[in-house]
Design a protein around this ligand. Structure first.
Ligand code: ADP
Length: 487
């Protein structure tokens, strides 16, 4: 039997999936299971780590069966929702509470206290991250402070992000985390090899409970033979946004991807240059191969596809997200309507959590299509502001590669090309996160000699080239900036 397939396990925020890829990059099968979301209090979001594991195992088994058995799988690649923390018992392998999810805001006061204590400079300079509940460190401390099982864990206490948890369960006790995931904990210096003892002390965390930091590709260990009908090597690991950047082949400095889903995540590859930002963009590890790190600059937009969901579910203006494309084309322009999509504040580069949405320029001539068009236009406006921040931080974009559910909208893709005055490219298969994990697994098991060679797995792309005149672009930006300037 030929060892030809790569098995990807994608432990996302709302669902867990497993996918089979052939080494030429074709995705041949997918299994998916939705994940229960727990909201114990406003602003709190939890997952059941046992459910994540059970779904992962179930989806993986379906894919192994489809491939024709464990022998038909060359390697496993894992990608995951980042920053989410699991605490478990070293002896039993059982979780000591629910996982605290990246979206969870319960540690806002802890972050504010650290900021008031004057620690943000150190944290940002060393980790590339700002002090925010988003990241893992304060979540770990919160577990120690509030959950007796975690507090009493002692030497048996183990922390990890989701890839770390899955590797432990798959291998029966291997405790590792890859550098891309580790760079989101706020406990690893961007240019340091292991955990940073000073940062662990600042957050009050025991370094011994943390996993060993490893490369993103390599031969990390084999799955327990009984789980999948035979041992399979685990050879690739990466956080979801880094995996998508790799899956889009954004490896060279200046290449950028934007994942347009519920929110939008933009990562620009910096090569081996350490990221620094004067515009509150985040510095992060893109990948570590053979001990060498590549970095990325990252900016997040909070409201992207969720604005379209709001038009559909709260306003009832559209029946389906895909309808917006034709509706936007049905009018020659926005008719003077401009929309600020700050439904949950504004993220990078504005960072205005208190901002609320605005629709301006309404007249008797305004129709539903103008409002929908203004909503779609706000996507390019937000991405344009990020592009300006990246350029000001010394990371100008040369081409933008898009993926995610919203990237299916041709009108938005063209408008982004027009407003950025840049080519925008969209792969035929937008499952770039899984593709990135497959590329890393293929590299790790020796199917490919380098990540650049693995980039042959990328699918063909549709290209959107700018056609807008400078005058039209300038007028759009003037109107957008006027809205941003409102208190
Ligand atoms: P996530 O991974 O964040 O759950 P997806 O990548 O699946 O999100 O994208 C889903 C989002 O994309 C939804 O918010 C939806 O409103 C939006 N979306 C999907 N298709 C379109 C479309 N054709 N035009 C505009 N928005 C779309």
């Amino acid at each position: 039997m030929s060892e030809r397939h790569l098995l990807v396990l994608d432990a996302g925020t709302t669902s867990t999936r497993a996918m089979l890829f052939t080494p030429d990059g074709t995705r041949v099968a997918t299994a998916q299971a939705d994940l229960t979301q727990f909201y114990p209090q406003p602003g709190w979001v939890e997952h059941d780590a046992v459910e994540i594991w059970a779904h992962t195992l179930d989806c993986a088994r379906q894919m192994v069966a489809q491939a024709g058995g464990a022998d038909a799988i060359a390697a496993i690649g894992i990608t995951n929702q980042r920053e989410t923390v699991v605490a478990w018992d070293r002896q039993s392998g059982d979780p000591l509470g629910r996982a605290i999810v990246w979206q969870d805001r319960r540690t806002a006061d802890q972050c504010a206290a650290l900021r008031e204590g004057g620690h943000e400079g150190l944290v940002q300079q060393r980790t590339g991250l700002i002090l925010d509940p988003y990241f893992s460190a304060t979540k770990m401390r919160w577990m120690i402070d509030h959950w007796p099982e975690v507090a009493a864990g002692g030497d048996r206490l183990v922390f990890g992000t989701v890839e770390s948890w899955l590797v432990w369960k798959l291998t029966g006790g291997l405790h590792i985390s890859d550098a891309s995931n580790a760079s989101r904990t706020q406990l690893m210096a961007l240019d340091g090899t292991g955990w940073d003892e000073e940062l662990c002390a600042l957050f009050g965390l025991p370094c011994a409970a943390l996993p060993t930091i490893v490369d993103n590709a390599g031969d990390f260990g084999a799955t327990l033979p009984d789980l999948l009908g035979g041992p399979i090597r685990i050879c690739g690991l990466a956080g979801d946004q880094q995996a998508a950047t790799i899956g889009q082949s954004c490896l060279k400095p200046g290449s950028v991807k934007a994942t347009l889903g519920t929110g939008a995540f933009v990562l620009a590859s910096l090569g081996e240059r350490l990221p620094t930002s004067a515009h509150r963009l985040l510095g992060t590890v893109l990948c570590q191969i053979g001990g060498r790190r590549h970095y990325a600059l990252e900016g997040s937009i909070f409201v992207a596809g969720s604005l379209i969901q709001w038009l559909r579910d709260s306003l009832g203006l559209i029946a389906a997200a895909a309808d917006t494309d034709a509706i936007a084309r049905s009018v020659p322009d926005n008719g003077g309507v401009v929309l600020l999509p700050a439904l949950s504040g504004l993220g990078a580069p504005h960072w205005r959590p208190e901002a609320t949405g605005i629709i301006s320029g309404l007249t008797h001539g305004t129709g539903r299509a103008h409002i929908i068009r203004a909503a779609l236009e706000s996507m390019a406006h937000q991405v344009h502001d990020l592009a300006a921040a990246f350029a000001a931080d010394g990371a100008p974009w040369h081409v933008l590669r898009i993926d995610g559910g919203m990237s299916a909208n041709d009108w938005i893709a063209q408008d982004m090309a027009d407003m950025l005055d840049l080519s925008v490219e969209r792969p035929a298969d937008v499952e770039t996160t899984a593709r990135g994990a497959a590329m890393l697994a293929g590299l790790g098991c020796g199917l490919f000699p380098s990540l650049e060679a693995a980039a042959g797995m990328a699918s063909v792309r549709t290209r959107f080239v700018p056609t807008m005149t400078a005058d039209v672009r300038a007028a759009r930006l003037t109107a957008w900036r006027a809205l941003l300037a409102r208190p």
